[in-house]
Structures are given as structure tokens and as C-alpha cells.
Design a protein around this ligand. Sequence first.
Ligand code: HEM
Length: 413
Amino acid sequence: MNQRSVAVLVEAGAPTEEELKGEFGRDIYRDFDYDDPRFNTQFNEVLESHLQHCPVARSNVGTGFWWVSRNEDVRKCAQDWKTFSNAGGYQPNRPDGLPYLYPEESDPPRHTAWRNALNPHLSPTTVAGYEDAIRSDCNELIDNFINKGECEFISEFGAVVPGWAFFKNILGVPIKDLKMLVDGVEMGTFAAPEERAHHMGIVFEYLGNYLTQRSKEGPRGDMVDTILKGVTYEDGTEAPWDHKLSVLVDICFGGIATTTYVMASALHHLATHPADRKLLAENLSMMPNAIEEFARVFPPIVGIGRTCTRDVSVAGTDMKKGDFLMLAYSASSRDPRAIENAATVDITRDNVLHTTFGAGPHRCIGSNLARLELRIVMEEWLKRIPEFSLKPGTKPEYLTGFLRSIRKLEFVF
Ligand code: HEM
């Protein structure tokens, strides 16, 4: 029996268990499961229902975990790394034998040591140097399908650009291996839970071979050299090989699946909202703000985990030392307590507040690169294909777990 006897805080006026089962097929307050196919199809409705009535939901999957939704609570937990540790991993019910990924699954001071070493490779100034290369990649991909008058966006463009940007400019990994790695990352996330470790294993093996090969070559002055050089820990020991490999895996995980989802969702929005499409196509200078809004409403990281290091109360729910909780960065970015008209996509919104890139010490290290990719993709697409729509009879195919992704998205133009 893994169900907690502690009552989840549910505010007055909340739907009853029976009403919830009718609406979502299960009690999403006391028995939430982000792998439930109905979460995939009722994504925003579930997030909003949590925000409205249940700031901390309970999941009974495996050993169980808490699901924290409101903006203020999510930010507080993300910042308080001493109470809400990353060292227990980012996912609940972690498969046996899966190595911990640095920097994501570590706490300061080791986390700080790695971030200080890696940050310069992803600073705004460094990534600005990749702008021309990414722009030219976008145009090369568009050239391949523009005369057909249609494309399957994900396979022909969206899943390729972030991988190329990252592999060509930052890691130096051969492009021919990109598809295998993207598939490995996706299957490691969305395959049946018992199969995920196998797919992660493939990614580890490939990147382990790459790191070994690079350790035998001369330095290139890139991020891989920095990873190979490693960091010194607080006790004077040098980071071991396993930690270095895990850094490479973590950066790849972060770098390839997430940005695809935001750009695909943004273009899907424009394909189905002609007034926004026209406004942006005619005013490309509005793009940086529009991108923040797209990131806010289309978050690829639905929720990510922490482990309580002491007994603590979050929004009235008592958590015990050792409990696992997920910070629902997706929900917190549409919390009406923090964002006006939170459910509306408004590309003219100023100072867009969101937690799509996280908060606290683990805030996304790749956000400068992701923003650059998103801006260039949107600019080049709208310059060359200002008029486009969904292929008649099709709709996007989504997959949802702790990440959200689009597998198929067909446009005509
Ligand atoms: C739109 C695209 C992206 C989104 C929405 C996103 C989102 C996030 C979020 C929410 C976190 C915080 C996790 C936590 O609190 O535990 C994070 C961390 C991270 N992201 Fe991203 N990310 C994106 C793109 C990238 C890219 C392009 C890279 C690599 C170049 C990357 C690499 C990482 C890494 C390595 C971490 C762990 C940082 C740490 O633990 O200090 N991400 N990302």
C-alpha cells in the first residue's frame, strides 16, 4: 500500500472524486499519473484544474510522489535546494542502475563547480557566434521541402535544427548519428517504463565512446574539452570519468528534445491563428517577446523532480524527509495568480513571466541557445513561408510524460 494517508489539500468548491473521474478518467488530485494517456489529450485542463483546486496533488505511481503546481510554490521549492535536493534524481521511481546525471542530479557545491565550468560555453556572447551557422542550417532544410508545398515539420525540420545547432557548434559529434541519439532520448523518456533504461543505455554507450575518442585527440577548445578537463570537488578530489560522461549525456538530453517542442508548438499556433501569423510575419522585431510567450504556454518540461531532505510543508501539504516531489514548471507558467489572462496566448504580452526554463540554481543552462534557435527558426520560416496552415485532415500528434513532445505535425503552404 503506497497511498499516503495524508489528505491532499483540496480547496472548497473543488470537484468531487466522482466528478473528476467523469472529467479526466481518474482522480487527478489524489491519484495523478503524468503517463496516463488522458493527460496527453487534456493537458491544459489538468494543469488548470490542479492550479485552481489542488496546489499539491498526489501520485501513487510506484513509491508515489507529490505534484506541486502554483507559481509561488514552484519558485520557492526550486530556489531552496537545501530542502529540495536534486541529488535523488529528476524522475520518480528511478530505474535501477541508472547513473545520476551531473549537473542536473547534483546539489551545490558540486553542482556549482560544474555550472561554473560549463556556463561560458552557453553564454549569450558565445551562442551569438552560432547565429549565422544556424540561419544557414534553417535555410538548407527549408530548401529541401519548400517546392513540395508541404512538409512533416518534426522529421524534416523541427527535430533536426536543435540537434544540428548543438552537435555542429558545441559538441562536434557527427551529424549522421543525430537521429539515433534523438530517438534514444525520446524512447528513454516515452517508451514503456521498463524499457526506458535500455534506451538510455544506448545513449550512454554512444556518448561514452565519443568521450573516449575525444580524450585521445588533441584539444579543440570546445565544451567537450572542458568536460574532459573536469572539475575539482569540495573535498579536493577530481570529478571521476562517470561524472564527466553523465555531464555529456545531461547536456544532450537538455539540448535536443525540448527546443523542438517549443518551435513546433509556436508554428502550430501560427498555422491555426492567421491574425497572429500575419502580425509576426510583418513585424519580426516582435519575435523575442513572442518567443517568451510561446515558451510560457508550450512548456516541454512538464514537471521535474526533487527529494525532501527534511520534513517540510508545501502549500499546506506535509511532506516527509525522503519524499519525492515534482515541480510542475508547466502549470506554474499558467498560474492566474502570477500571470494575467494566463490561459490566453498573447504574442504582444510584455515582460512575460514563466518558469519554462526553471528557477533556482538548476535554471536551464541552455536557455540562451534555445532562445537563439527559436528566434532564427521563426524569422527564417516566416520570411520564406509567411502563409501556411495545417494539412487538411491532420492534427498534431502529442506525447506526454514528464516531458511533452509533438511526434507529427503536417503543414501545407
Ligand atoms: C526550449 C528549450 C529548453 C527548455 C524549455 C529547457 C528547460 C529546462 C528546465 C526547466 C531546466 C531546469 C531543471 C530543474 O529545475 O531541475 C533545465 C535544465 C537544464 N537544461 Fe534546459 N531547456 C531547454 C533547452 C536546453 C538546451 C538547448 C540545452 C543544452 C544546450 C539544455 C540543457 C540543460 C541542462 C544541462 C540542464 C541542467 C542544468 C542544471 O542542473 O544546472 N536545455 N532546462
